[in-house]
Write a protein that binds this ligand. Structure first.
Ligand code: NAD
Length: 492
């Protein structure tokens, strides 16, 4: 943290409040660095409760105006947001790569997913339609209408700095709400650019879209502010539990999507190419920093069958190239920060000290930014060991073994998490038994990263979510609207 000294050649980010880019009232900043090079990209203000209050005040005023705008006009505004993001998709993707570290193709796919969220939200006039029942008693009609919640705040994580703000912004706005974004302090630049582009469309009234940079104090300010009606959160399980509890204490509706420990079940009949391709993308894509990343491979079958699957995976992983996300040859990008790398190395060291075999060792050169960690595979890990049960959020894969599918499902379901789970098999029967029995919100069959498209709800079960409603799809309509039931009788 740099308390007061702000280098003149590096920009200190401003908040966007009430239609204006406004410097924070704080003098405290955090450094935002490129994980591949270590270059200082920006200083992130640790905004204050006064900044939060100003954003909420602006949002409340705009919400009153915006809810009166026709849903069709609001949907057109979101369509304009979609178009401007589409025009700038390459630029936003490059910003994601620079700020978060992931490879350019991965960043491009992230931006495409965010744009898709806008496309799904454009259907809002259709989705907002209510229900009615005529003549429930003599002359008595009942009608349910949906109205916006009011002011929505989104608190987002570092690993999808463009897509996750867009899981929330288009839906909240199309449903008639005002919006405040608190992006991750680790990589806030894509979120800032998205807000800037949204404002530049001229399609949204001043004060409707606000951005407040910062960390815990801003989150607490939003959770406690009486002017915030709903909180959409994505982050680690610990923070999700904290946010949901604190938001509920302050009478807000909350959806808090948390962490994960995703298993991939490898059946003996799995297609070798589909399986290895799926496992590589899932475990090592984005350096394992996805909530859908597979960090456990459950090898199923006889000892010989398990060993054959293990060999295929290790061989494929040993060919992956680790490097900067901007390099087109790179498969495994750096992790987000030197602190994250150090934590991961400590976890691998600990597993090794506790008897695990490091089958593939990525602990080598940390690279110019201090964030590089190669694909790492552990075997012979006790199934209750930290690396086998906790989310590590890095390119670290652990093997677990099971004699048959029932044992594999039982092992997968023993996790406190239930975000995603994947099976690789050529058997329809095994796939069906798996999708039926596995306790996870998102399931892949021969698909390593089973990310639902934006027309479906996105989230997990168990400790991977606090709250009931997922992101995107019809759940977004439920979350961003309140239902009102009108019972009417008119004189004949
Ligand atoms: P994080 O929990 O550290 O931070 C998320 C947000 O919460 C940030 O904006 C941060 O400023 C804020 N925050 C963090 N600690 C806080 C505290 N103590 N008090 C108040 N605010 C706090 O998460 P992260 O490291 O940025 O993101 C990675 C995590 O997000 C992983 O656990 C990953 O699985 C999870 N994730 C989940 C999903 C999902 O769909 N379930 C999607 C993406 C990421």
């Amino acid at each position: 943290m740099t308390p007061t000294a702000v280098p003149t050649d590096v920009r200190t980010l401003a908040n966007h409040i009430g239609g204006t880019w406004t410097p924070s009232t704080t003098t405290q900043t955090l450094e935002d660095r490129d994980p591949a090079t270590g270059d200082l990209l920006a200083l992130v203000p640790l905004s204050t409760s006064a900044d939060v209050d100003a954003a909420v005040t602006a949002a409340r005023a705009a919400a009153t105006e915006w809810r009166r705008v026709s849903p069709i006009v609001r949907a057109r505004a979101v369509a304009r947001l979609r178009d401007i993001l589409d025009e700038h998709r390459d630029e936003i993707a490059e910003l994601v790569t620079r700020d978060m570290g992931k490879t350019l193709p991965d960043a491009t796919a992230e931006v495409a997913r965010g744009i898709e969220s806008c496309e799904a939200a454009v259907a809002m006039p259709h989705l907002l339609k209510g229900e009615n029942l005529e003549g429930v008693a003599t002359g008595l009609d009942v009608e349910m209408v949906r109205q916006p919640v009011g002011v929505v705040a989104a608190i987002t994580p570092f690993n999808f700095p463009a897509m996750i703000p867009l899981w929330f912004m288009p839906w909240a706005l199309a449903a008639g709400n005002a919006f405040i974004l608190k992006p991750s302090e680790q990589d806030p630049l894509p979120g800032e650019r998205i807000v800037e582009l949204a404002i530049s469309t001229g399609a949204f009234p001043e004060g409707l879209i606000n951005l407040v940079h910062g960390a815990h104090d801003v989150v607490n300010g939003l959770l406690e502010h009486p002017g915030v009606d709903a909180i959409s959160f994505v982050g680690s399980a610990k923070t999700a539990r904290y946010v949901s509890t604190r938001a509920a204490e302050h009478g807000k509706r909350v959806q808090a999507l948390g962490g994960a420990k995703n298993s991939m079940v490898v059946m003996p009949d799995a297609d070798p190419d589909l399986m290895t391709g799926g496992v590589m993308g899932s475990s090592f894509g984005a350096a394992g920093q996805r909530c859908l990343a597979g960090s456990i491979a459950v090898l199923v079958g006889t000892q010989a069958e398990q060993d054959r699957s293990r060999e295929l995976i290790v061989q494929a992983a040993s060919k992956l190239k680790t490097g900067a996300g901007i390099d087109p040859q790179t498969d495994v990008c750096p992790v987000v920060s030197p602190a994250q790398r150090e934590r991961l190395v400590r976890d691998i060291d600990q597993a090794e000290a506790d008897g695990a075999q490091v089958v593939l060792d990525g602990r080598g050169d940390a690279g110019p930014g201090g964030c590089t960690l190669g694909p790492t595979i552990l075997d012979g890990v006790a199934e209750d060991h930290k690396v086998a049960v906790d989310e590590l959020f890095g390119p670290v894969l652990t093997f677990v073994r099971a004699a048959d599918l029932d044992e594999a499902i039982a092992k997968v379901n023993s996790s406190r998490y239930g975000n995603a789970s994947v099976i690789f098999t050529e058997s329809g029967g095994a796939a069906r038994a798996y999708r039926y029995g596995v306790e996870a919100g998102m399931v892949g069959v021969n698909v390593g990263v089973a990310a639902p498209i934006a027309w479906f709800p996105f989230s997990g079960w168990k400790d991977s979510i606090d709250g009931d409603l997922h992101a995107n799809g019809n759940d977004a309509v439920e979350f961003y609207t309140r239902k009102k039931v009108v019972t009417s009788r008119w004189a004949a």
